[in-house]
Write a protein of this length. Structure first.
Length: 338
């Protein structure tokens, strides 16, 4: 279902200009243009809009008064309000953000492309705030996805972000290799990498899950940490006509590991053996691990041999490989590579 956008301004010529300038958005937005704030409130009462774009100064009532009336009617914060104002209304616009929780304001005249970007950003914010569904299965799935250390971001063919799990949201917020543009598109630190990523997304969505299984890209980071690794894979959802793409993002600098309790439960290790194994996986050599565990080097060697026997491994490297490939949850202490 297309997003519903309402434009309110007492100047009909301005609305006509917006209608022409935003004609390309008709395929994505169901747009309504009204010159009367009273009619706008009535239309909103009948069926709320996703985004309301309004002038401030109007003879019938101010845009801020209209926004307040609409906010009394809305349920669950499902509408974003965008204000268009003249330079003389700057103080009112600032008040709108502080008092009416207006998402964004633009001064007149405003370029149509900037206004469109603002509306898209508002729509993304609404989607981000809204629960996917009240269905138990979906809520369970969301809870499970948020336990993964792997970042998962779902985008449409253009790269528009539709969903991110907790790890994916953190990656976007950190803006270190991947970020969310003001237009709601998934972007990278470098324009050339953004273009490559968007091409992979487009090809993946166009080919579908059967014809274009997955592709990979490494994204450089302003922090100079090792590149993010991203797998782009097609995602076909029941009752969704279009094919989406899932970005599976891994940060090589951070590797969550099983807790000591998990190592004991999975491999039958004693507490002392599990502590020694964790110290080794954390990067310590055997002497350093012995100091961490407050045991002699001879005792540490004994614990290590016992760990080999219990895990079915024959060397320290084989043991570490086994532990590093064991599933872990984000609450476990991570290994951070310097």
């Amino acid at each position: 279902m297309n997003s519903r956008v309402l434009f309110v301004d007492d100047e009909k010529r301005l609305l006509d200009g917006l209608r022409r300038a935003l004609a390309r958005s008709r395929k994505d937005w169901e747009m309504t243009f009204l010159t009367s704030p009273t009619e706008a409130i009535a239309a909103y009462r009948h069926r709320p809009f996703d985004v309301v774009v309004s002038d401030i100064t109007m003879p019938e009532m101010t845009g801020l008064t209209m926004v307040r009336e609409m906010q009394k009617l809305e349920q669950g914060g499902g509408t974003a309000f965008v204000i268009l104002s003249g330079t003389a209304d700057l103080n009112a616009a600032v008040s709108a953000i502080n008092d009416c929780e207006v998402f964004r304001f633009f001064t007149k005249p405003c370029a149509a492309n900037l206004l469109a970007e603002g509306i898209e950003a508002a729509l993304f914010e609404i989607r981000r705030r809204m629960p996917v569904t009240d269905d138990l299965t979906a809520r369970l799935g969301m809870a499970a996805l948020n336990r993964l250390h792997l970042g998962i971001i779902v985008v449409d063919q253009s790269g528009q972000v539709l969903f991110a799990n907790q790890a994916g949201s953190v990656l976007l917020a950190e803006k270190d290799g991947m970020r969310l543009g003001q237009d709601g598109l998934c972007r990278t630190a470098e324009p050339t990498e953004t273009a490559r990523l968007h091409r992979l997304i487009f090809d993946c969505c166009a080919g579908g899950a059967q014809d274009s299984d997955q592709a990979a890209i490494a994204l450089s980071r302003p922090s100079n940490h090792r590149a993010l690794t991203v797998i782009v894979t097609a995602l076909e959802i029941e009752k969704e006509e279009r094919t989406l793409a899932a970005l599976l993002i891994s940060d090589p600098e951070v590797t969550p590991l099983p807790s000591i309790e998990a190592l004991k439960a999975l491999f039958g290790l004693s507490t002392s053996e599990a502590r020694l194994v964790r110290a080794l996986v954390d990067g310590a050599n055997l002497h350093e691990a012995a100091e961490v565990c407050s045991v002699t080097i001879s005792t540490a060697r004994t614990y290590l041999k016992q760990a080999f026997a219990k895990t079915g491994t024959g060397s320290q490297s084989e043991l570490l490989k086994l532990i590093l490939t064991t599933p872990a949850i984000p609450t476990a202490s991570p290994v951070t590579t310097p």
